[in-house]
Design a protein around this ligand. Structure first.
Ligand SMILES: [Zn+2]
Length: 467
């Protein structure tokens, strides 16, 4: 395992570091924040997550409690029954925040725990006791699952356990043994998981949709893009200096703050839920909570629009279609600009009826792979078109009703083929073809993943396409 200070931060993995900070802080404060990081093999997601375990902050538990009971609110079968005096007599101890891993071959009993039969059948001192499993032992810390999409396929019973752990905050674990009463315990562990959507069995969303939605944040891990970044990784030095060593101190400082979201921010997030037809309330809860964590980490007492903008892609990427996400980001950005100009965010007209209802999130593997470059490309195109005379004439500018970066807007899609709008979308606005609507033929040159292409290579003129 690489020591944490030698990790190199770059543009592609920055969101992961940021999300891990938010989750650590939240876990320290007693609210689990579950992270799922997706990326190609070799991008370092597993390495980074494991390395963090060496710098996690410390926490205080009742002395010797393997379930990491908090002195103020004990929950394990032993301490939950004790009086205040008995608890105080137990004393406390400081331990590193737990970071425990669940492997794909783990047995149910070792993950959730089991009844200690040896103690129950002891003739001299019969006693009900639990053998703590991985999740109870990771209480108030992190449970790590590598390649969760494979785990969901090969061990569906463990996926069920995770569903229960992540279903509420705190989560629940249940220990069942034949002939014995069921034991249920709360858990405050955060689940951190990785997956590679391009390998079998495909994206977690396709394998176990419900589990995918339980993650507060989905982080897309990208490759380093500059020579300097790769050289830093090779040397294992350079960019990490400012970060090394102070993780715990930064967490402690952030923990002392309790950032609040003002009414304008709360209202804006509520509007996102209603006006963009978000499917689950979990999405907006994660968004608001994450924004508060980020504000705390950055040393602020109040959440700003920039916090919401930073957290929104993580909180919403797995919950809305890409076109809708890009509309949401533009909307939040608009509010940020107004705020910077000294206006109240609540002055912003609501996105309201001009926004098409989202369609079901795309689950095609290709769609996921290309989502980031494509959405960036369309943002550029959209900006360019805002000032384009043809766009203004046809009502397809940035703020036009029904605009959808993928051309699947309700207004245009319902028109008969061959109508003016349909032709315009298929053949391109301002001469740029919409790749979702034109026949694509593979060039004879060697294929390269879309995410590796430079922005300019994503656009081809009709002449270039013919050759
Ligand atoms: Zn305990």
């Amino acid at each position: 395992m690489l020591p944490f200070p030698s990790l190199v931060r770059h543009e592609g993995n920055e969101p992961l570091f940021s999300a891990m900070e938010m989750s650590t802080l939240s876990t320290l404060g007693g609210v689990p924040l579950h992270l799922h990081v997706e990326g190609l093999r070799g991008t370092g997601k597993t390495t980074i997550m494991r390395a963090v375990s060496s710098v996690l902050p410390r926490l205080i538990r009742i002395k010797g409690c393997v379930h990491n009971c908090h002195l103020a609110a004990p929950h394990c079968p032993v301490h939950v029954k004790m009086s205040r005096e008995e608890l105080d007599a137990c004393g406390t101890e400081e331990i590193p925040m737990p970071f425990l891993e669940i492997s794909h071959s783990a047995k149910m009993g070792t993950v959730v725990g089991s009844i200690d039969l040896a103690k129950i059948t002891d003739r001299q001192h019969p006693e009900a006791a639990l053998l703590a499993g991985t999740i109870p032992q990771a209480n108030r810390g992190i449970v790590f699952v590598d390649e969760i999409n494979r785990l969901a396929e090969v061990a569906p019973e463990l996926a069920d356990v995770l569903l229960s752990v992540m279903g509420t905050k705190p989560g629940k674990i249940q220990i069942e043994e034949t002939g014995l009463p069921v034991v249920q315990m709360p858990t405050w562990a955060s689940v951190w998981a990785t997956s590679n959507p391009d390998e079998d069995p495909g994206p977690l969303e396709d394998v176990r949709r419900q589990l995918s939605d339980r993650f507060d944040f989905l982080i897309h891990m990208a490759r380093p893009t500059s020579v300097a970044q790769v050289v830093s990784i090779l040397r294992r030095s350079g960019h990490e200096k400012a970060y090394a060593g102070d993780f715990e101190a930064r967490m402690a400082a952030a923990f002392a703050r309790s950032p609040v979201a003002g009414p304008a921010i709360e209202e804006m997030i509520a509007r996102l839920y209603l006006d963009f037809g978000l499917e689950s309330l979990r999405a907006v809860e994660s968004l608001l909570h994450g924004a508060r964590m980020r504000a705390g980490i950055l040393g602020r007492e109040e959440v700003t629009v920039s916090d919401v903008l930073e957290v929104a892609p993580m909180a919403l990427r797995h919950r809305v279609e890409m076109g809708v996400l890009s509309q949401i980001l533009s909307y939040i950005q608009g509010l940020g600009e107004k705020q910077a100009a000294g206006q109240s965010p609540s002055d912003q007209p609501p996105p309201g009826k001009s926004i098409p209802k989202p369609v079901q999130p795309t689950s095609s593997r290709d769609g996921r792979l290309v989502q980031d470059p494509l959405s960036r490309l369309f943002c550029k195109v959209k900006d360019a078109l805002a000032g384009h005379p043809a766009a203004a004439r046809q009502g397809t500018g940035t703020h036009a009703p029904g605009f959808d970066p993928f051309g699947r807007s309700t207004a245009s899609a319902q028109q008969a083929p061959g109508s003016q709008t349909h032709r315009t979308l298929a053949q391109g606005r301002g001469g740029i073809a919409d790749p979702m609507r034109v026949a694509l033929t593979a060039p004879e040159t060697e294929a390269v993943p879309v995410i590796m292409l430079a922005m300019n290579d994503l656009v081809r003129s009709p002449e270039q396409l013919e050759h």
